[in-house]
Design a protein around this ligand. Structure first.
Ligand code: HEC
Length: 214
Protein backbone atom coordinates (compact mmCIF):
# COMPACT_ATOMS: atom_id res chain seq x y z
CA UNK A 1 0.00 0.00 0.00
CA UNK A 2 1.11 3.59 -0.70
CA UNK A 3 1.22 5.97 2.21
CA UNK A 4 -0.22 9.43 1.63
CA UNK A 5 3.22 11.05 1.17
CA UNK A 6 3.97 8.70 -1.71
CA UNK A 7 0.49 9.30 -3.15
CA UNK A 8 1.10 13.06 -3.00
CA UNK A 9 4.36 12.65 -4.87
CA UNK A 10 2.67 10.58 -7.57
CA UNK A 11 -0.22 13.03 -7.83
CA UNK A 12 2.29 15.88 -8.04
CA UNK A 13 4.19 14.39 -10.92
CA UNK A 14 1.01 13.47 -12.78
CA UNK A 15 -0.18 17.05 -12.37
CA UNK A 16 3.15 18.42 -13.60
CA UNK A 17 2.94 16.14 -16.61
CA UNK A 18 -0.58 17.29 -17.44
CA UNK A 19 0.44 20.94 -17.08
CA UNK A 20 3.35 20.38 -19.42
CA UNK A 21 1.04 18.82 -22.01
CA UNK A 22 -1.31 21.80 -21.73
CA UNK A 23 1.61 24.18 -22.17
CA UNK A 24 2.87 22.37 -25.27
CA UNK A 25 -0.62 22.31 -26.69
CA UNK A 26 -1.20 26.00 -25.96
CA UNK A 27 2.12 27.11 -27.50
CA UNK A 28 1.75 24.81 -30.48
CA UNK A 29 -1.91 25.75 -30.81
CA UNK A 30 -1.05 29.43 -31.02
CA UNK A 31 0.88 28.85 -34.26
CA UNK A 32 -1.65 26.47 -35.74
CA UNK A 33 -4.48 28.86 -34.96
CA UNK A 34 -2.78 31.84 -36.57
CA UNK A 35 -2.31 29.81 -39.73
CA UNK A 36 -5.96 28.73 -39.65
CA UNK A 37 -7.33 32.25 -39.21
CA UNK A 38 -5.24 33.58 -42.11
CA UNK A 39 -6.65 30.93 -44.42
CA UNK A 40 -10.21 31.67 -43.30
CA UNK A 41 -9.76 35.36 -44.01
CA UNK A 42 -9.40 34.61 -47.72
CA UNK A 43 -12.30 32.14 -47.91
CA UNK A 44 -15.03 33.37 -45.55
CA UNK A 45 -17.58 30.83 -44.45
CA UNK A 46 -20.77 30.85 -46.45
CA UNK A 47 -19.21 32.18 -49.66
CA UNK A 48 -20.26 29.10 -51.64
CA UNK A 49 -23.89 29.79 -50.81
CA UNK A 50 -23.89 33.13 -52.60
CA UNK A 51 -21.81 31.84 -55.48
CA UNK A 52 -24.57 29.31 -56.17
CA UNK A 53 -26.56 32.33 -57.39
CA UNK A 54 -29.94 31.52 -55.84
CA UNK A 55 -29.85 34.80 -53.92
CA UNK A 56 -30.65 33.41 -50.49
CA UNK A 57 -30.46 30.65 -47.95
CA UNK A 58 -31.84 27.22 -48.80
CA UNK A 59 -35.59 26.68 -48.27
CA UNK A 60 -35.23 24.40 -45.23
CA UNK A 61 -33.81 27.33 -43.25
CA UNK A 62 -36.89 29.45 -43.89
CA UNK A 63 -39.39 26.77 -42.78
CA UNK A 64 -41.51 27.97 -39.83
CA UNK A 65 -40.71 26.43 -36.48
CA UNK A 66 -43.63 25.42 -34.27
CA UNK A 67 -42.61 26.26 -30.75
CA UNK A 68 -44.36 25.13 -27.64
CA UNK A 69 -45.20 27.86 -25.15
CA UNK A 70 -45.00 25.41 -22.24
CA UNK A 71 -41.40 26.19 -21.15
CA UNK A 72 -42.40 29.89 -20.98
CA UNK A 73 -45.46 29.49 -18.74
CA UNK A 74 -43.59 29.49 -15.41
CA UNK A 75 -42.10 32.92 -16.08
CA UNK A 76 -45.10 34.38 -17.93
CA UNK A 77 -46.63 37.66 -16.76
CA UNK A 78 -50.14 37.22 -15.31
CA UNK A 79 -51.14 40.79 -16.15
CA UNK A 80 -50.31 40.10 -19.76
CA UNK A 81 -52.29 36.87 -19.43
CA UNK A 82 -55.33 38.82 -18.21
CA UNK A 83 -54.98 41.14 -21.21
CA UNK A 84 -54.75 38.26 -23.68
CA UNK A 85 -57.75 36.63 -21.99
CA UNK A 86 -59.85 39.64 -23.06
CA UNK A 87 -59.90 37.96 -26.47
CA UNK A 88 -61.50 34.92 -24.87
CA UNK A 89 -63.79 36.82 -22.49
CA UNK A 90 -66.49 37.35 -25.12
CA UNK A 91 -67.22 33.64 -24.84
CA UNK A 92 -65.52 32.40 -21.65
CA UNK A 93 -65.26 33.27 -17.98
CA UNK A 94 -62.73 32.01 -15.42
CA UNK A 95 -65.22 32.86 -12.66
CA UNK A 96 -67.01 29.63 -11.75
CA UNK A 97 -70.05 31.60 -10.54
CA UNK A 98 -70.58 33.04 -14.02
CA UNK A 99 -71.16 29.64 -15.61
CA UNK A 100 -71.02 29.02 -19.32
CA UNK A 101 -71.30 31.60 -22.06
CA UNK A 102 -70.95 30.99 -25.78
CA UNK A 103 -68.05 28.85 -24.61
CA UNK A 104 -67.78 26.64 -21.52
CA UNK A 105 -66.70 28.04 -18.15
CA UNK A 106 -62.91 27.92 -17.80
CA UNK A 107 -62.48 27.97 -14.01
CA UNK A 108 -60.17 25.10 -13.01
CA UNK A 109 -59.62 24.16 -16.65
CA UNK A 110 -55.94 23.15 -16.33
CA UNK A 111 -55.73 19.41 -15.84
CA UNK A 112 -59.51 19.03 -16.26
CA UNK A 113 -60.81 16.31 -18.55
CA UNK A 114 -61.50 17.72 -22.01
CA UNK A 115 -65.13 18.57 -22.67
CA UNK A 116 -66.10 17.27 -19.23
CA UNK A 117 -69.79 16.88 -18.67
CA UNK A 118 -69.88 18.48 -15.22
CA UNK A 119 -69.70 21.98 -16.67
CA UNK A 120 -73.05 21.33 -18.38
CA UNK A 121 -72.03 22.62 -21.77
CA UNK A 122 -73.12 21.25 -25.13
CA UNK A 123 -69.74 20.39 -26.60
CA UNK A 124 -69.23 19.56 -30.27
CA UNK A 125 -68.28 16.03 -31.23
CA UNK A 126 -64.88 17.44 -32.20
CA UNK A 127 -64.16 18.39 -28.62
CA UNK A 128 -65.87 15.56 -26.79
CA UNK A 129 -63.99 13.16 -29.08
CA UNK A 130 -60.57 14.51 -28.06
CA UNK A 131 -60.32 12.54 -24.83
CA UNK A 132 -57.62 13.09 -22.21
CA UNK A 133 -57.07 16.15 -20.04
CA UNK A 134 -56.27 19.79 -20.70
CA UNK A 135 -52.59 19.55 -19.76
CA UNK A 136 -50.21 22.35 -20.69
CA UNK A 137 -49.13 20.86 -24.02
CA UNK A 138 -52.75 20.17 -24.96
CA UNK A 139 -53.83 23.73 -24.16
CA UNK A 140 -50.86 25.07 -26.10
CA UNK A 141 -51.76 22.98 -29.15
CA UNK A 142 -55.46 23.82 -29.04
CA UNK A 143 -54.97 27.56 -28.48
CA UNK A 144 -52.39 27.82 -31.26
CA UNK A 145 -54.94 26.77 -33.88
CA UNK A 146 -58.21 25.45 -32.46
CA UNK A 147 -59.53 24.36 -35.86
CA UNK A 148 -56.40 22.40 -36.64
CA UNK A 149 -56.13 20.77 -33.20
CA UNK A 150 -59.83 19.84 -33.04
CA UNK A 151 -61.17 19.89 -36.61
CA UNK A 152 -64.88 20.75 -36.53
CA UNK A 153 -64.77 22.57 -33.17
CA UNK A 154 -67.40 25.25 -32.71
CA UNK A 155 -64.92 27.52 -30.95
CA UNK A 156 -64.90 30.36 -33.46
CA UNK A 157 -61.44 31.64 -32.69
CA UNK A 158 -58.45 31.77 -35.05
CA UNK A 159 -55.89 31.04 -32.35
CA UNK A 160 -52.92 32.73 -30.71
CA UNK A 161 -49.93 32.71 -33.04
CA UNK A 162 -47.43 34.17 -30.59
CA UNK A 163 -45.86 31.72 -28.13
CA UNK A 164 -45.62 34.53 -25.58
CA UNK A 165 -49.39 35.17 -25.81
CA UNK A 166 -50.15 31.48 -25.35
CA UNK A 167 -47.75 31.21 -22.41
CA UNK A 168 -49.35 34.25 -20.77
CA UNK A 169 -52.94 33.12 -21.23
CA UNK A 170 -52.16 29.56 -20.08
CA UNK A 171 -50.42 31.02 -17.00
CA UNK A 172 -53.63 33.01 -16.41
CA UNK A 173 -55.80 29.88 -16.74
CA UNK A 174 -53.40 28.13 -14.35
CA UNK A 175 -53.74 30.98 -11.84
CA UNK A 176 -57.50 30.41 -12.00
CA UNK A 177 -57.18 26.67 -11.39
CA UNK A 178 -57.15 25.23 -7.90
CA UNK A 179 -54.45 22.58 -7.45
CA UNK A 180 -53.17 23.00 -11.00
CA UNK A 181 -50.79 20.26 -12.15
CA UNK A 182 -47.08 21.05 -11.77
CA UNK A 183 -45.47 22.76 -14.72
CA UNK A 184 -43.19 20.40 -16.64
CA UNK A 185 -40.33 22.87 -16.20
CA UNK A 186 -40.75 22.90 -12.42
CA UNK A 187 -40.78 19.11 -12.51
CA UNK A 188 -37.54 19.07 -14.49
CA UNK A 189 -35.87 21.41 -11.99
CA UNK A 190 -37.08 19.28 -9.07
CA UNK A 191 -35.70 16.16 -10.75
CA UNK A 192 -32.36 17.85 -11.44
CA UNK A 193 -32.05 19.02 -7.83
CA UNK A 194 -32.84 15.50 -6.61
CA UNK A 195 -30.27 13.94 -8.93
CA UNK A 196 -27.63 16.46 -7.83
CA UNK A 197 -28.43 15.79 -4.15
CA UNK A 198 -28.12 12.03 -4.73
CA UNK A 199 -24.79 12.51 -6.50
CA UNK A 200 -23.46 14.72 -3.69
CA UNK A 201 -24.57 12.14 -1.12
CA UNK A 202 -22.85 9.38 -3.08
CA UNK A 203 -19.65 11.42 -3.31
CA UNK A 204 -19.74 12.14 0.43
CA UNK A 205 -20.21 8.42 1.16
CA UNK A 206 -17.29 7.53 -1.08
CA UNK A 207 -15.08 10.11 0.66
CA UNK A 208 -16.05 8.82 4.11
CA UNK A 209 -15.28 5.26 3.05
CA UNK A 210 -11.95 6.38 1.65
CA UNK A 211 -11.09 8.19 4.89
CA UNK A 212 -11.92 5.06 6.93
CA UNK A 213 -9.35 3.02 4.98
CA UNK A 214 -6.51 5.34 6.00
C1 HEC B 1 -66.15 33.18 -30.20
C2 HEC B 1 -66.22 32.48 -28.93
C3 HEC B 1 -64.93 31.95 -28.34
C4 HEC B 1 -63.73 32.60 -28.16
C5 HEC B 1 -63.35 34.03 -28.56
C6 HEC B 1 -62.86 31.66 -27.50
N1 HEC B 1 -63.50 30.47 -27.29
FE1 HEC B 1 -62.79 28.83 -26.31
N2 HEC B 1 -64.47 27.81 -26.74
C7 HEC B 1 -65.56 28.32 -27.38
C8 HEC B 1 -66.52 27.26 -27.62
C9 HEC B 1 -67.87 27.42 -28.31
C10 HEC B 1 -65.93 26.08 -27.09
C11 HEC B 1 -66.50 24.67 -27.18
C12 HEC B 1 -65.95 24.11 -28.49
C13 HEC B 1 -66.58 22.83 -28.97
O1 HEC B 1 -67.40 22.25 -28.27
O2 HEC B 1 -66.21 22.45 -30.08
C14 HEC B 1 -64.66 26.47 -26.53
C15 HEC B 1 -63.79 25.60 -25.89
C16 HEC B 1 -62.64 25.99 -25.24
C17 HEC B 1 -61.85 25.13 -24.41
C18 HEC B 1 -62.14 23.67 -24.06
C19 HEC B 1 -62.93 23.66 -22.76
C20 HEC B 1 -63.26 22.29 -22.23
O3 HEC B 1 -63.90 22.24 -21.16
O4 HEC B 1 -62.92 21.27 -22.82
C21 HEC B 1 -60.80 25.88 -23.96
C22 HEC B 1 -59.68 25.43 -23.05
C23 HEC B 1 -60.96 27.19 -24.52
N3 HEC B 1 -62.09 27.23 -25.29
C24 HEC B 1 -60.10 28.25 -24.27
C25 HEC B 1 -60.19 29.49 -24.92
C26 HEC B 1 -59.23 30.55 -24.73
C27 HEC B 1 -58.05 30.51 -23.77
C28 HEC B 1 -59.60 31.57 -25.56
C29 HEC B 1 -58.89 32.88 -25.80
C30 HEC B 1 -57.50 32.83 -26.19
C31 HEC B 1 -60.82 31.15 -26.22
N4 HEC B 1 -61.13 29.88 -25.81
C32 HEC B 1 -61.56 31.93 -27.11
C33 HEC B 1 -65.76 29.63 -27.76
C34 HEC B 1 -64.78 30.61 -27.79
Amino acid sequence: MFDSFELNKIAGSVLAGVLLLFLIDAVGGAFVHTDHVEKQAFVPEGTEMFEAGNGGPPKEVAAPVIESSVPLIAAADLEKGAKVFKKCAACHSVDAAKGNGTGPNLANIVGRATASADVGFGFSGALSGLGGDWGYEELDGFLRKPKEYAPGTKMAFAGLKKVSDRAAVIAYLRANTENAPALPVAEMVEDAVETAADAAEGAADAMNEGAMHH
